[in-house]
Design a protein around this ligand. Structure first.
Ligand code: SF4
Ligand code: SF4
Length: 179
């Protein structure tokens, strides 16, 4: 069984936001709401400084608090790809999942249900990568099975320095940023 995740190359990312626009278009998101976003983070002190540009979204965590706190099982882990998904028909809009996510990856859709990145599951069903990954002009985003040692993502993680967001939260995020 695959365990999908991403490796995103922060050295190549130019912050163009094509991934954000592609996601909004592909998923028909309401005005003002996004499932992915760009973060720029400056670290160090001059002259030893670094500017990291990251495309962030739901981390499809291995130990997702958003799933464990959901009273209706609307938030759940799909067998295929171990992806964290939401059945909007079961969602009562209680927002417990929004409060539990350390990454602020969820929002309430105007129709009243919790929503977030799905890794474009409808595209995966067609053998296509997520829209953000497909459109990136810098080719900085890599999507695949973290449990496949010969896959693109696993090879990059083995070869490059990388980090995940807030590992101390204990959620087991599955998006890694190559540095
Ligand atoms: Fe849940 Fe947030 Fe992790 Fe996504 S990033 S699986 S919404 S805890
Ligand atoms: Fe579950 Fe919906 Fe409540 Fe989130 S808002 S915890 S998905 S019922």
């Amino acid at each position: 069984m695959a365990r999908f995740g991403m490796a995103i190359d922060t050295v190549l990312c130019v912050g163009c936001m094509d991934c954000v626009v592609a996601c909004k278009t592909e998923n028909g998101l309401p005005e003002g709401l996004c499932r992915d976003w760009i973060v720029t983070e400056a670290t160090g002190e001059f002259p030893d400084t670094n500017l990291e540009i990251r495309s962030e979204r739901c981390n499809h965590c291995d130990r997702p608090p958003c799933v464990h706190c959901c009273p209706t099982r609307a938030s759940h882990v799909e067998d295929r790809g171990h992806l964290v998904q939401i059945t909007k028909e079961l969602c009562i809009g209680c927002k417990a999942c929004l409060a539990s996510c350390p990454y602020d990856a969820r929002y309430v859709h105007p129709d009243g249900y919790a929503d977030k990145c799905t890794f474009c599951m409808h595209r995966l069903d067609q053998g296509l990568p997520p829209a953000c990954t497909a459109v990136c002009p810098a080719r900085c985003m890599h999507f695949g099975d973290l449990d496949d040692p010969h896959g693109d993502v696993s090879r990059l993680l083995a070869a490059r320095r990388h980090h995940a967001l807030q590992p101390e939260a204990g959620t087991g995020p599955r998006i890694f940023f190559l540095t």
